[in-house]
Design a protein around this ligand. Structure first.
Ligand code: MG
Length: 370
């Protein structure tokens, strides 16, 4: 594949309502879209880095710098790309900066599969044309407020409820949901807010039969997670700790968790996602796809990888209307009453850009001719 030019577009979209995790409250998403123009097609990727370096070390602006000053020049220097998996090796000399790498690599996968006239998910070896969506709910002010929010989502059709927790906003919330809704599929995500000192708290959580506890301990830890997993019955799911297939191998060997959440942006792209997926499949570790308050394009890439056979748990791929007044994708992503999202059977990511919204949300663009 010969790239003609790459365009970076900085965009801003407001969230429908604020989203609170253990590390911050977000009210909008500031992000960069990558367009790869090659032989008459345009491939799209989207950079999921947040505006603050509280989830990982990147921000939207650091990612822009890495793309503009390192990743794009590396691609220029490389010339033709035979197959998109090569991009992982081209970018390998750059440490971390996974969201930036994933955005550029994702656009190349989209362009490549559009040229080949095949849906991205089929090229990757996906095996299903619908994937299950769960809903992720930010921290609410009181357990009663959470009960009300969850009631609405259950009504909408969501079958898996995930709530964000932090110390002081945890067990009472879980308790309230169990007593109100009984045996719903429920999980919690701590985004690294606890330590091994909280081991008794996690033992208490066992009584609530959660589907999993996501990233309870430090963002860069796999050793303490091992101790915690040995002490509790509820499966631990690793998110922030896993950036590469090698991280996954070490965590599996140690027994640091029983589930892995794969975020394409967190692991640097689709190629690494597939490597982690394959390793987990061989190791009996189920995976699911996490979200980063994704906009249209990120969601489309997430949908594609979630069709792989070992994505067996519900994914954080909500319909567009969950977070956004109007997303810039045609058609917008929707969910049926069984909380299933249809994966488009069209070339590439399978969605079109809503041009007028795309222009409206973009506040800066820069072009790199090859
Ligand atoms: Mg998480």
């Amino acid at each position: 594949m010969k790239i003609d030019k790459i365009v970076l577009r900085q965009m801003k979209m407001n969230l429908k309502s604020p989203f609170t995790t253990s590390f911050a409250t977000q009210t909008f998403k500031d992000f960069t879209v990558v367009e790869v123009h090659a032989d008459g097609v345009v491939g799209y990727g989207d950079c999921s880095a947040l505006t603050i370096p509280f989830y990982n070390e990147e921000t939207n602006l650091t990612a822009y710098h890495i793309m503009k000053d390192f990743l794009i020049p590396m691609l220029k220097q490389t010339g033709n790309i035979g197959y998109p998996t090569e991009v992982r090796d081209i970018f390998a000399p750059i440490k971390r900066n996974k969201c930036a790498k994933a955005a550029v690599e994702g656009a190349i996968w989209d362009a490549y599969t559009k040229q080949k006239n095949i849906p991205l998910w089929k090229e990757l070896g996906g095996v299903k044309d619908k994937v299950e969506a769960g809903v992720s709910i930010g921290i609410q002010s009181t357990p009663a407020a959470l009960v009300k929010v969850v009631a609405d989502y259950l009504q909408t059709g969501y079958k898996r409820i995930k709530i964000k927790i932090k110390p002081g906003h945890d067990i009472q919330y879980v308790q309230a949901l169990r007593s109100e809704f009984g045996d719903i599929t429920l999980m919690v995500d701590a985004n690294s807010a606890y330590s091994l000192n909280d081991i008794d708290f996690f033992k208490q959580l066992d009584a609530y039969h959660l589907l999993m506890i996501e990233q309870p301990l430090a963002h860069d830890d796999i050793v303490d997670h091992r101790h915690l997993q040995q002490a509790i019955e509820t499966p631990i799911c690793l998110d922030e700790s896993i950036h590469t297939v090698d991280d996954a191998r070490k965590a599996i060997e140690l027994g640091s968790g029983r589930i892995i959440n794969i975020k394409v942006a967190r692991v640097g792209g689709i190629t690494e996602t597939k490597l982690i997926h394959d390793l987990c499949a061989e190791s009996g570790i189920p995976v699911w796809c996490g979200g980063m308050l994704d906009t249209a394009i990120g969601k489309a890439h997430n949908l594609a990888v979630s069709t792989l056979p070992n994505f067996t748990l519900p994914n954080d791929i909500p319909p567009s209307a969950r977070y956004w007044e109007q997303d810039f994708m045609l058609p917008e992503v929707t969910m049926d009453k069984n909380s299933m999202v249809q994966v488009p059977d069209r070339p590439g990511i399978g969605f079109d850009i809503n041009e007028s919204l795309y222009r409206q949300y973009c506040y800066h663009e820069e072009m790199f001719q090859f």
